[in-house]
Design a protein around this ligand. Structure first.
Ligand code: BGP
Length: 491
């Protein structure tokens, strides 16, 4: 099994699923703080007639587990040591924007938030791990949605610029790898968190869900994300020419297979790739606004216009590398309605896949699809690729020995890594594999603790109880062996 020297081996988490401390040291709510699971269409906010504004109104009957999560805010030093114990040489997490600019529109940053990440990134370096830092992982400050309508408003670009400039200046000596917007291409599937948008109805339209947005809002947000991404690359390189900035897209939809060789189905599969991945990947990596969007804009009845300056910015400031999540593949045919969740697109069942993750989530497992995805992305963009999410969530309990025999997870990782190695032999420049959720965190999609991805178990449950004690699962030792042999142990 071939993995180049210097291959990044590690894991990935996100602030909102790991840290907890949702209102500590000055932080104000993020978009995820008002949801139990990002697939929910029911944010805990409500319109206040008197003030004429949205305000926080959490549902007292619900457990918002992300508010305390797995208490990473207070335990990151011990957790990072556990990660280093597996031999990680890289670790991905995000900065919660709301720790640095609590409401997003302040002029000055919050020093307590900066000091927190300063210490966390120093700790990673002390332990020999390269920090890979996401600037926004579903963590737009809630105030920017309720006050400004979020990313459909170009004002967000100004607030974002101030935030990223602060991060690049403060952490430039510790962080070389930056990711801009986590899975921003899920904008249409999850407009509230991935798009960070909200239509402000004044007076509120009670016939529509509170987070419903118009197609024009979506495309305005798309426009603003393209500009903001290019500006981020520009600012990062001006401040520190040695740093590398990558985009981060959910790429399960790259492995969208036509159900058969009916030409109509081949076209539907191609369109699914464009509409779910390439429409962001092409501007971020190739510096173009793809012409296939003109048709979609016509059909959506929206107007999207880029100025010449914006087009030049997008052309001149493409990303240095491409990072992505991959969980599954899907099968499509003409006329089938594609659904979606945090795994990617959901279409027709694929009878050729041998494994399916166990109940209750049952995401289809397609390791060959990762090889295919790596090849397609490399052929299209010719940029270094970094896998920053891949993993399996299981419902697990500690056994009488205080551990977990997570054989399915071991099998899952081995099969996916074998396909990464094959893709490298195919000629793909893949620089690393960061497993999603190396320590149990709150599930993004469902907001549960029960869905566990970790090599390290955390004693916390769906109803919120638990000691938060950490225990090591069997997969911890297997991943360590793989890393120590630089992948040779996969033979
Ligand atoms: C991705 C998100 C992650 C993560 C993962 C697994 O879409 O970027 O935040 O949680 O999916 O999803 P889930 O937690 O819903 O199983």
């Amino acid at each position: 099994m071939t993995f180049p020297n210097g291959f990044l081996w590690g894991g990935a988490i996100a602030a909102n699923q790991y840290e907890g401390a949702w209102l500590e040291d000055g932080k104000q709510p993020n978009v995820t703080d008002v949801l139990v699971g990002i697939m929910s269409r029911d944010p805990g906010i409500a319109w206040n007639e008197q003030t004429g504004k949205y305000e926080l109104r959490l549902d007292p009957s619900k457990a918002y587990l992300s508010h305390t999560a797995v208490d990473g805010y207070h335990r990151y030093r011990e957790d990072l040591k556990l990660m280093a114990g597996m031999g990680f040489n890289a670790f991905r997490t995000s900065i919660a924007w709301g720790r640095i600019f609590p409401n997003g529109d302040e002029e000055e940053p919050n020093e307590a938030g900066l000091a927190f990440y300063d210490d966390m990134f120093s700790c990673m370096r002390e332990l020999g791990m390269e920090p890979v830092i996401t600037l926004s992982h579903y963590e737009t400050p809630l105030h920017l949605l309720t006050e400004y309508g979020g990313w459909s408003n170009p004002k967000l670009i100004d607030f974002w610029r101030r935030y990223v400039t602060t991060c690049f200046e403060r952490f430039g000596d510790k962080v070389r790898y930056w990711l801009t917007f986590n899975e921003v291409n899920a904008l249409f599937r999850m407009p509230f968190v991935a798009g960070g948008i909200l239509t402000i109805h004044n007076p509120p339209d009670v016939t529509r869900p509170v987070d419903s947005t118009t197609l024009q809002d979506h495309w305005d947000a798309y426009h603003n994300f393209l500009v903001a991404n290019a500006q981020t690359v520009k600012i990062a390189h001006e401040i520190n020419p040695n740093c590398k900035v990558g985009c981060m897209l959910t790429c399960s939809a790259v492995a969208t297979y036509p159900n058969n060789c009916n030409p109509a189905n081949i076209r539907v599969a191609m369109e699914a790739q464009r509409n779910n991945v390439f429409y962001f990947g092409d501007p971020f990596c190739l510096g173009i606004v793809p012409t296939y969007l003109n048709r979609r804009w016509r059909e959506d009845g929206v107007t999207v216009e880029f100025s010449n300056e914006e087009l030049e910015l997008i052309r001149n400031h493409t990303v240095d590398f491409f990072s992505f999540s991959y969980y599954r593949s899907t099968v499509v045919e003409a006329g089938v309605n594609l659904g979606g969740d945090t795994s990617g697109l959901t279409g027709i069942d694929n009878p050729y896949l041998v494994d399916k993750a166990p109940e209750p989530w049952k995401w289809p497992v397609d390791p060959d699809g990762l090889r295919y995805t790596l090849n397609v992305l490399y052929d299209r963009y010719h940029l270094p690729l970094l896998i920053v999410e891949n993993g399996v969530g299981l419902d697990e309990q500690l056994d009488e020995n205080g551990t977990i025999q997570d054989d399915f997870r071991i099998h899952y990782i081995e099969e996916h890594l074998r396909n990464v190695s094959r893709a490298i032999e195919d000629g793909v420049d893949c620089r690393g594999y960061l497993y999603w959720g190396p320590i149990d965190v709150v599930s993004a999609g469902t907001g549960e603790m029960r869905k566990r991805y970790g090599f390290v178990y955390v004693d916390r449950f769906n109803d919120g109880h638990g000691t938060l004690e950490r225990s090591i699962k069997q997969s911890y030792w297997r991943y360590k062996e793989i890393i120590q042999s630089n992948g040779a142990g996969l033979e």
